[in-house]
Each structure stands twice: as C-alpha cells, then as structure tokens.
Design a protein around this ligand. Structure first.
Ligand SMILES: Cc1cc2nc3c(=O)[nH]c(=O)nc-3n(C[C@H](O)[C@H](O)[C@H](O)COP(=O)(O)OP(=O)(O)OC[C@H]3O[C@@H](n4cnc5c(N)ncnc54)[C@H](O)[C@@H]3O)c2cc1C
Length: 127
C-alpha cells in the first residue's frame, strides 16, 4: 500500500485521509459531495466495501442495486502447533457464499480455522 501510495502521488493523485462519512449528490451529469462543497466531480469510484451498496442507493434512490446479504463469520483459534506454514483456502465459486474452512497460521503463533457463515435476518434489511 505504501508503494502504491508513492506511485500514485507521483502521478498527481490527491489523497485525503480521515475524512468524515462521505455522501454524493447527483448534480446534473456530475457529482457533488458533502465534504468539498465547492467542487464538482465527473466520476466517482465507489469502493466503500460493505457500505458501497448503501452509498449507491442513497446517491441514486431510483436505481436498483444488488442487495447486501451480510453474514457473520466466526473463527476457531487454537495455539496448538502444526507443521503448516501457509494459508490454505478452499477454491470458491464467485458470488456463492457458503461455509468453508480456511486455515490461517497467525504471526504470533497458533492458527485460526473458519469462518462460519451465520445468516441473520436483522442484518439483511434493505440498506
Ligand atoms: C475477517 C476477514 C478476513 C479476511 N481475510 C482475508 C484474507 O486473508 N485475504 C484476502 O485476500 N481477503 C480477506 N478478506 C477480505 C478483504 O478484507 C476484502 O475483500 C477487502 O478488504 C475489500 O477491500 P475493499 O477496498 O473493497 O473494501 P474495504 O477494505 O472494506 O474498504 C472500504 C473503505 O471504505 C471506507 N468507507 C465506507 N463507507 C464510507 C463513507 N461513507 N465515507 C468514507 N469512507 C467510507 C471504509 O472505512 C473502508 O476504509 C477478509 C475479510 C474479513 C472480514
């Protein structure tokens, strides 16, 4: 990330850290934000992780975006010693969320196994 930061900065990309929650408003064919009120943007790249769909819905209330189906994942941690030194992932089918067991050696010793997939009705309301 540091390297990426240095390269993009050299190419005149501006970074603003620790901003408050950003909101976007459609301004004819451009965008305005709650943070830089006097600036107009031609493009916005929405990369807000699990918040991305919420932001998209708020910016374009009449559009239909995919729904967020959030799940809670829990890991099992053990300090038991194994010979394993690498992370092992099960091959995944894109877009399919199902229970799987990843095995991750921890930097401070021990391993985590998981995550579980716990679906909750309360976390899946339309955002
Ligand atoms: C427990 C766990 C373990 C994982 N382990 C691995 C792993 O071992 N290997 C792997 O490859 N992936 C792993 N992942 C997945 C990986 O973390 C994600 O795929 C990746 O972080 C997604 O990156 P992103 O940039 O899309 O979103 P994020 O990393 O979620 O970044 C989104 C950013 O947007 C910011 N944001 C949100 N809303 C707003 C707003 N309104 N205004 C301003 N900023 C906002 C957030 O604060 C955040 O900084 C793991 C995920 C979890 C939860």
């Amino acid at each position: 990330m540091k390297k990426l930061f240095q390269i993009t900065k050299k190419n005149k990309v501006k970074f603003i850290f620790n901003i408050k929650k950003i909101k976007f408003f459609v301004n004819k064919k451009n965008f305005k934000t709650n943070i830089f009120r006097d600036k107009i943007f031609d493009y916005v790249i929405n990369c807000a992780g699990v918040e991305a769909i919420k932001i998209a819905n708020k910016t374009f209330p009449d559009s239909k975006f995919p729904r967020n189906y959030l799940v809670r994942g829990v890991y099992f941690k053990t300090m038991q010693k194994f010979k394993l030194r690498r992370i092992i992932y099960r091959a995944m089918v894109p877009g399919v969320i199902r229970e799987r067991i990843d095995t991750t050696p921890l930097l401070d010793g021990g391993y985590i196994f998981g995550p579980s997939v716990e679906k909750s009705k309360t976390t899946n309301k339309k955002s």
